[in-house]
Design a protein around this ligand. Sequence first.
Ligand code: 0GY
Length: 288
Amino acid sequence: MSRSKTWIDRPSRPGFTPPPGAVDAHVHVFGPEAEFPFSPKAKYHPEDATPEMLFALRDRLGFSRNVIVQASCHGTDNAATLAGIAKSRGLARGVAVVDPDIGVTELKQLHQGGIRGVRFNFLKRLVDDAPKDKFLEIAKKIEPLGWHVIVYFEADLLDELVPFLEAIPTIVVVDHLGRPDIAQGPDGADITAFKALLDSHPRIWTKVSGAERLSVQGPPFDDFVEVIRPVVEAYPDRVLWGSDWPHPNMEHRIPDDGTLVDVIPRIAVTAEAQRKLLIDNPVRLYWP
Ligand code: 0GY
């Protein structure tokens, strides 16, 4: 597998200035491979995207803090994520991917290292299996720590996953809005079903991220804004935003992070909505 590079080194500076304390709540680190090898089961083989590169990007974009989400290419070895958190001097927290047989001692060590949630990934192109029963075992184990669960799935799986999502005892955050088909428009079947899920499940939150993945039109992502702004307006206390740097698997459409940040004031239009999206909501989960 050749190594893929999926980010640009000096993205444009956004026009939008995030408020002081703002959290970019969905980023990854890759490697460095020499220190933290990728999983033998990894479905992609990226170039190193180090904590130092992440922090430089954070500062360039005007953010204060990060949430480092364990990427599938590192499997269930969270060492690279933990190293990134440790290097951040308190300015990063993390989300781990763990094995179902994980013990309390190891979970407490992860907590000590800044982990505040676990991620369950249902994308077949990223993971070999997604065992719901095992995931629920993990969810029960992490509940006493006050952690939450991140779930990544695509829109066609939503109906099937509802009973599973309901069985999770913690806050559940859905990555990239469960990947609706944005081309369907603001009243499309996918986003309507997703909003119905949020309406009937106050414990379910979402990341209003992934403009670069979901938009059909591309920058400045007008189609994404049209569909996603109503979500931010309807659920202002249950949304997070993340740049998704270093954009795994986006080698064919590498985004300019500055243009992604400029989506924020178009989906969270008021200063209050921006404060909730970028500070209050992520702080509740990661810096309570
Ligand atoms: C994302 C999206 C992707 C990859 C991963 O863990 C991962 O490898 O999440 C993707 O390829 O859609 O949120 O980073």
